[in-house]
Ligand binder design. Structure first.
Ligand code: SF4
Length: 298
């Protein structure tokens, strides 16, 4: 069995920064207590559980009016000015862990609104980043799934979410440019997302199986898996940890591409890699099934 590791993969700078900010905030006992996290710092349950163990309390937007004291950390996905102002009005301390790339998108959208543009946002409905951007101004509209942009003005710009599939969005841009030639497009997929997708495609050419390690709620992990599948037409699975491979049938699998999303901790990737190496090195003389090998390091 051959295992091909995509490079780059795993944590991006925005995620590293957000986790570092959360840890530093939790360690600083001079800050107003308790320490709250609005939503998930990043979309990975191992990270959120680790921070919970350190004392971080996760809340949602509806909880904010009920709070009387403490510090609120904003996640890497960013928040709308409405939420920011609400937290400020409540007199709560703010620690902002918004990824600089997401801030760039907010700034761009603000600039375009001030210049009199109508702004369309191409993003995943109900994702924190989408909610944060749409909350900047009522004039910003989400691009509908059917791509029908009724009554758009000649001064309209489309801005994309940072973690979309670059292949899927290019296809959408081509379709939209044909139907709406005046539409301006600002592709805001971040370099970390783009580079991980490119590397995953490169690693997945002619493999029997592609494995993406990452949280099933993470948009960048989902799109990574979809991008591999759509481009390389190879069986692709998104697993959260080695436990998800327990019952996987490796019969006829001789070449595997292994990658992970921007919010996946290195320890999870290493665990999957080590177990696959054990499977690779197994002579199958003492085990009953493939899952026996995969249980070795669990
Ligand atoms: S995936 Fe991109 S936008 Fe999201 S945290 Fe990482 S660098 Fe920032």
């Amino acid at each position: 069995m051959e295992i091909i590791l995509a490079n780059p993969q795993g944590f991006c700078r925005g995620v590293i920064q957000a986790i570092a900010i959360a840890k530093k905030t939790l360690a600083d006992k001079s800050l107003p207590q308790p320490i709250y996290m609005l939503g998930s710092i990043v979309h990975n349950k191992y990270i959120t559980q680790g921070l919970k163990d350190l004392g971080l309390i996760t809340i949602s937007e509806k909880d904010i009016p009920l709070l009387t004291k403490g510090t609120i950390i904003f996640s890497a996905h960013g928040v709308s000015p409405k939420v920011y102002n609400l937290v400020q009005e409540k007199g709560l301390n703010i620690v902002d862990a918004t990824c600089p790339k997401v801030m760039e998108v907010h700034n761009l959208v603000n600039t375009k609104i001030n210049e009199g543009y109508d702004v369309l946002f191409l993003g995943k409905e109900n994702h924190e980043e989408t909610i944060g951007v749409l909350g900047i101004n009522d004039k910003i509209k989400l691009v509908p799934n059917n791509l029908k942009l009724n009554g758009i003005s000649d001064k309209t710009i489309l801005v994309s979410q940072t973690t979309l599939s670059h292949i899927e969005t290019e296809a959408i841009y081509d379709l939209l440019k044909k139907s709406y030639p005046h539409l301006q497009i600002s592709n805001q997929i971040c370099n970390a997302t783009y580079n991980r997708q490119k590397a995953a495609i490169k690693a997945s050419v002619n493999v029997d199986l592609a494995i993406v390690v990452g949280d099933k709620s993470s948009n960048n992990c989902q799109t990574l898996a979809k991008t591999i599948n759509d481009t390389c037409h190879v069986k692709t699975i998104l697993i959260e940890s080695i436990a998800d491979l327990k019952d996987f049938d490796f019969t006829n699998i001789s070449k595997i591409a292994l990658t992970s999303g921007a919010s996946t901790p290195r320890a999870l990737i290493n665990e999957v890699y080590d177990n696959l190496m054990d499977l690779k090195n197994c002579d199958f003389t003492s085990c009953i099934s493939y899952s026996d090998c995969l249980n070795i390091k669990k």
